[in-house]
Design a protein around this ligand. Structure first.
Ligand code: G6Q
Length: 545
């Protein structure tokens, strides 16, 4: 049902007419308990959402809307295996992959937990064999390099996690990720590697994705310059739902790690797609990641909506996108090892909620998913933060702040944290003309010169942010963070009445390239395209070496 007809939505729209004039700075001055009112804890993770353009009434209205949209009921439908991915007729059960309570989760009358646990056991056994040297390369050497070949959901999640958990890496083990079909990606990776000590993990849910299969074939060709066909079994394993295609590619299905169609690509890092994580940081740490995800699942499933972190973050997003008209949302981790975190969140959010039709197939008359972007702080401060502070768009920011570094010997953490806090404070407060004037006078400016400079140094402020603060980036914490955003995206999808779990736009890309590929060959008659595409194909043919 369209949210526009929900009474709570209309009431929120009316409330916004006053809210848009409310100043956060004034609200902080009036209420010393604002942080206490607008912060929420889940385990070691703190969400401070007090620097948002909200009053107590706003939150009541947002939570009332979440209740009216039946968020809790929808969450239960997801957790219990109902086919809520209606366009593909599938359950959505990434939560079962991290269901550490091991309670049954039924899909079509069958408990999926025994299969989930069997794959976890297989991953554990295999990663231990690799780490202990029971599994050796074809010349008897230990495996030192894991190359994950995958793209999209079969790449971004595990790549982000491996980067983030680098301090937990098994000694002597390196992880590489090849995703782009641009040969540069594979070639520059292989250049550094020794085939005798390299293990390729070919990760593809469908095992038909053009980029992955092309990269996997080229990796095999590279390997066969050194080893024999028989040696492939020691150096290539697969992660997929498609055993037939894995066998056809030439990987023994005994070396295949299974997952299921109820795991969406962008939600698959918790499945066997996490194999490179287990190989890189050990299965214990992979299980700690699952534990963190499970903790957030329990929070989401059991906390009242008003104290529910994913619900709060999701509903704040609705406020900015649908009322304030924000089109983008920045995620800025003040942790260099989370450099790929915004990329993973970008796929998670934009692929899930980049939709223009509701669950019934009707075109929407309201905005859905925002553009998600970001890079680590403090780097972003020296680049795009200018626009967030003084630009004409309202861009909500999530600051992700670990208190302690894994590298305390390099004592930079206080500077890093001070910068993160200073940004959120400045975005909220801004700088008034009076404050700028006082500053300029102190600096010796006066008269026309002062008046000319003054407006440029005024900051409007009232720019919203969340702060996610936690003691240290452990595997559990990372699991909590990822699951938090997954559920946030879910909440927004329910409010917008869209299916967050299909991705027809991605499928379109897969079809289109296949249609153009033959046209790039010299001598072949170019099939029918628009004049731009045809001319570009002709130009490419002419320029090809
Ligand atoms: C994710 C998307 C997409 C997918 C890739 C790779 O949710 O469906 O990013 O993960 O297209 O697909 P395969 O794993 O099937 O190769």
């Amino acid at each position: 049902m369209t949210p526009l007809n929900i009474q709570e939505w209309q009431s929120l729209v009316r409330h916004y007419e006053d809210l848009k004039f409310v100043s956060m700075r004034e609200q902080f001055a009036l209420d010393s308990g604002r942080f206490d009112s607008f912060s929420q804890q889940c385990g070691d993770l703190l969400l401070d959402y007090s620097k948002n353009r909200i009053t107590k009434e706003t939150m009541e209205q947002l939570i009332a809307l979440a209740e009216a949209a039946k968020i809790s009921e929808w969450a239960e439908r997801m957790f219990t295996g109902e086919a809520i991915n209606n366009t593909e007729g599938r359950a959505v059960l990434h939560t079962a992959l991290r269901n550490r309570s091991n309670t049954p989760v039924m899909v079509d009358g069958e408990d999926v937990m025994p299969a989930v646990n069997a794959v976890l056991t297989q991953m554990k056994k295999f990663s231990q064999q690799v780490h202990t040297g029971e599994w050796l390369g074809y010349t008897g050497k230990k495996i030192t390099d894991i190359v994950n070949v995958g793209i999209g959901g079969s790449d971004l999640g595990p790549a982000m996690i491996c980067d983030a958990l680098e301090p937990y890496a098994i000694e002597g083990m390196s992880a590489h990720f090849v995703s782009n079909v641009d040969g540069t990606d594979l070639s520059t990776t292989l250049e550094k590697l020794d085939p005798e000590t390299t293990l390729f993990v070919i990760a593809s849910k469908t095992f038909t994705t053009q980029e992955t299969i092309t990269n996997a074939q080229s990796a095999k060709t590279w390997f066969l310059q050194f080893g024999t066909q028989q040696d492939i079994a020691k150096h290539f394993v697969a992660v997929s739902t498609n055993a037939a295609a894995v066998a056809e590619f030439g990987i023994d299905t005994a070396n295949m790690f299974e997952f299921w169609d109820w795991v969406g690509g962008r939600y698959s890092l918790w499945s066997a797609v996490g194999l490179p994580i287990a190989l890189y940081v050990g299965m214990d740490n992979f299980e700690r990641l699952l534990d963190g995800g499970h903790e957030m699942d329990n929070h989401f499933r059991t906390q009242p909506l008003a104290e529910n972190m994913p619900v709060i973050m999701g509903m704040l997003g609705i406020l900015y996108i649908n009322l304030f008209g924000s089109q983008t949302h920045a995620i800025v981790p003040y942790d260099h090892s989370l450099a790929r975190f915004p990329n993973h969140m970008q796929q998670l959010d934009m692929e899930s909620n980049g939709k223009v039709t509701n669950r019934q197939g009707q075109r929407l008359s309201y905005k859905t998913g925002p553009v998600i972007w970001g890079t680590p702080g403090t780097n972003g401060q020296h680049a795009y933060f200018q626009l967030i502070h003084q630009g004409t768009q309202l861009i909500p920011v999530d600051f992700v702040l670990p208190v302690n570094s894994h590298y305390p010997e390099c004592d930079h953490q206080s500077i890093l944290l001070a910068n993160g806090l200073a940004q959120s404070e400045a975005l909220m407060k801004g700088k008034t003309a009076e404050e700028v004037r006082a500053e300029l006078v102190q600096e010796g400016y006066e008269g026309k010169e002062l008046e000319a400079l003054l407006p440029h140094k005024v900051f409007p402020g009232n720019r919203p942010s969340n702060t996610l603060l936690f003691p240290k980036l452990t595997p559990e914490m990372l699991g909590q963070l990822v699951a938090l955003y997954e559920h946030k995206v879910f909440v927004q999808g329910i409010i917008w009445d869209i299916n967050s779990f299909d991705q027809w736009g991605v499928e379109l890309g897969k079809q289109l390239a296949k249609a153009i590929l033959p046209d790039l060959q010299d001598g072949v008659e170019i099939s029918e395209h628009d004049s731009s595409t045809t001319s570009l194909i002709e130009r490419i043919r002419a320029l090809r070496q």
